[in-house]
Structure formats: structure tokens, C-alpha cells
Design a protein around this ligand. Sequence first.
Ligand code: NI
Length: 210
Amino acid sequence: MDWKKRILRTLLLAAVGVCAGLGIGLMQAKKETATAPTPGIANIAGVGGPYTLTDQRGKLRTEADFKGQYKLIYFGFTYCPAICPTELQKMVLALSKSGPVGEKVTPIFITVDPDRDTQAIMKNYVELYSPRLIGLRGTDAQTTQVKKSFKVYAAKVPVEAGKDPEDYLVDHTSYIYFMGPDDTLIRLFRTEDTAAQIADAIKQAVPSAP
Ligand code: NI
């Protein structure tokens, strides 16, 4: 009888394994395509707020450093396999497509994975995209605060169950925040929005006169 129990248990474990594998597969498929609900108009007014973070050169930065400037802000992580690179490229392309007014917009990348995204990693990463791109990271508490202000969702997801806990991805919302000089949100762009659409919004919002 014992062997029957063993086989049954093996089969059960296998079934559980498949389900867990499937679940993780689904989670990975959902990763980053699963965006949180777009904040409604009422919520948009409240997006943003004070923060203290450190840039890729080790300089302490707060929202006050960027007062008076238009900004494109993106939250992500440097190990992101696809979405973050696409969105950051799009952000930089949108600025170049905006012509002279694009130079009045500061692109900012804020990491949701400060555990792995060290200052050195952030520096190398942002330089891949543009010398103008500012990379910001914070302590866990600072990161939690800025995520809350911008209504960002981010959660670590293991690449493979039971494997190295350092080997994880971060499921996160993917929005490009177009912020005005007074730190109010002008527009929120999603992954399906193009660089041309962002450039159009920039040209519409940013005055060309100095
Ligand atoms: Ni990403």
C-alpha cells in the first residue's frame, strides 16, 4: 500500500508543481502588461508630491530641484527585460521629436528596485539612453514614499520558484508622467502611446518663447 501512497503523493506534488509553474508563467506574462487602473481625473490632480532621492552622481535631489521645469518621469528598474527600455527610449525619442521645446523638458527615471539598482548601476543605465536622463534612487523608505505619491505599484516577482531569491523581476505600473513646472500632472502616457503622441503633447504644453 505504501508505494501507492507514494505514487499518489508524487502525482499530487507534480500537479501542484505544474499549477505553481503555470501561475508564475501567468504572472510573468502579466508582468508590466498588467497596469493598475489609470488614475481618473480626480486622482490625477493628486499625483506627485515631495520626495528626497539621490541621483546617479550621488547628489541629493528633491522635487524642489525640478520646480519650474517640465518633466517626463518614469518609474522602473534597470534589470527590466523589455518594458522599461522601450519606455525610456520612447521618452528620449519624444524629446528629440519635440524640437527646441524638448530641451525644456527634463527626463527622469526613478527606480522601484533600489536594492539592486545601485548608484553605479543607475549611472551606467541612464547614460545608455541620454546624457540628459536623470536617474534617481532612494532608500526603501524614500522609494516607498515616492511610489505612494505617484500612485506607483511595484512588487518583486521571483523568476523561478525556489531559485535564487536575488533572481527576481519587478512587476510594476508603467506610466510616463508629464509634469508641469508647478509639479501638476499634465498628462499620463501609457505603453500604447507613441513617442509622436508624447511629442505632440509637449509641443502643445510647453511655450516656445524663453
Ligand atoms: Ni520595467
